[in-house]
Design a protein around this ligand. Structure first.
Ligand SMILES: Nc1nc2c(c(=O)[nH]1)N[C@H]1C(S)=C(S)[C@@H](COP(=O)(O)O)O[C@H]1N2
Ligand SMILES: [Mo]
Length: 398
């Protein structure tokens, strides 16, 4: 009989161990792919691969529900076994809560199109916040459970509770190390939430050198929108390009009666107007109340007298890689603007200056940074993120 009990107990322990293994594996994969998706640094290196990593992250995210669900069969017995073990019980409660939080916010992020920008903004915030809570917990947990540091049995009674045990020492080292590793990213994240908004812009001297500087209209400075609600996340799929009067120009060509090529002096002399609008990235962040100053796209196109057979407006970035497009009909929307100023200041290099596009009614991947060429063509064109699985019509809904 005791033999049967032993067997039964061994299988219980095996089940627990294998669930723990799968849970740890999924969480590690999610952490790794998630950090790759989050980091600006990796964003430029990954380029194309980023779209695949995003899918991997979503699929593993769903798979990660399975171990906790299977664990439900074992939980009451396991809970009793953990009598008096505060931290282990803490894990049993906290891990599923974290997973639930990620699942719900993750689904909202994945379904950004259905839920609209305000909800996916909150979801992104929660998704990130849970990472900053979990990362130290999980790393600490996995490192302290590694067998190599387990206290040798014979010392245990003597050293129990002592402040300077090997265990305590390793914990302190790991805790300190983690703070150093994770701290800067955490501060940066909080900064992005608003505390240190202006920091990046002030610390970086603009890598673009274009003279003369554009002079803001009265509606831009002070900005009639009252100033943007937050900082932009800096996105690029290439190294940041930089421009000066010699290597910058703006071309409109293709199916037009009068192709044009402006240099900077000519371009800043064009008549500009001002609008206030919101800016939404599909990954769940937005910047509200931007005061943009520039030239409405439709006005620019008018100057070139677009030919009757033109159907599509193809947009090129000066980074040499990024492109997108609008149908000629979409390009007629009044608030699509080729902008040179944001909140009364020239657009800095890292945010797509000297000239970028903004399309307030569409997700911002259509808003080509470092815009320097527009070509009129007669067939559909799918741009950078469109080729990687995002919709070509990127209307913001909700
Ligand atoms: N040339 C270029 N334009 C681009 C991108 C890019 O990587 N390269 N990213 C797009 C995306 S996905 C967004 S959300 C916005 C981000 O603009 P920001 O970097 O100024 O915040 O630019 C869009 N335009
Ligand atoms: Mo984006």
């Amino acid at each position: 009989m005791s033999n049967g009990r032993d067997k039964e107990e061994a299988s219980f322990n095996n089940n627990l161990a294998s669930l723990h293994f799968w849970n740890a594996l999924f969480v590690a994969l999610l952490a790794l792919s998630g950090l790759l998706l989050f980091s600006d640094f990796w964003r430029s290196i990954l380029g194309e691969a980023r779209a695949w990593i995003r899918w991997l992250h979503i699929i593993v995210g769903f798979a990660a529900i399975v171990p906790p669900l299977l664990y439900l069969r074992l939980v009451s017995r396991h809970w009793k076994l953990l009598e008096g073990k505060f931290w282990q019980r803490f894990n049993v409660l906290v891990v599923p809560l974290l997973l639930m939080g990620w699942l719900v916010s993750g689904v909202l992020l994945w379904q950004f199109h259905a839920v609209g920008p305000s909800l996916s903004n909150v979801a992104l915030w929660v998704h990130d916040l849970l990472v900053w809570i979990a990362l130290p917990l999980f790393t600490y947990h996995s490192v302290t459970r590694l067998r190599w540091h387990k206290e040798p049995e014979r010392y245990r009674s003597k050293m129990d509770g002592a402040f300077y045990t090997r265990k305590a020492f390793i914990r302190a080292v790991i805790g300190g190390g983690l703070t150093i590793l994770v701290g800067p990213s955490l501060i940066k994240w909080i900064g992005n939430l608003g505390v240190g908004q202006e920091l990046q812009a002030i610390n970086k001297e603009d890598a673009n050198k274009l003279l003369p500087a554009p002079q803001p209209l009265a509606k831009s400075a002070p900005p009639i929108g009252g100033g943007a609600s937050a900082a932009f996340r800096i996105y690029t799929v290439t190294k940041l390009p930089s421009f000066n009067n010699d290597n910058w120009s703006f071309t409109i060509d293709g199916l037009v009666e009068e192709p044009v090529r402006w240099n900077w002096e000519q371009f800043v002399a064009l008549t500009r107007s001002v609008q206030v609008s919101d800016f939404h990235c599909v990954t769940g962040w937005s910047v509200y109340n931007n005061t943009w100053e520039g030239i409405p796209l439709k006005d620019l196109l008018e100057k070139t007298r677009v030919k009757a057979q033109a159907r599509v407006v193809k947009l090129y970035s000066g980074d040499g890689v990024y492109t997108d497009s609008l149908t000629l009909k979409q390009a007629d929307i009044d608030d699509i603007m080729v902008v040179v100023m944001h909140d009364g200041k020239p657009i800095p290099n890292h945010l797509g200056g000297p000239v970028r596009l903004i399309i307030p009614q569409m997700y911002a991947y259509k808003s080509v940074k470092w815009l320097n060429r527009i070509e009129l063509i007669d067939e559909e064109y799918i741009g950078y993120w469109g080729q990687r699985g995002y919709e070509n019509d990127a209307w913001v809904k909700g």
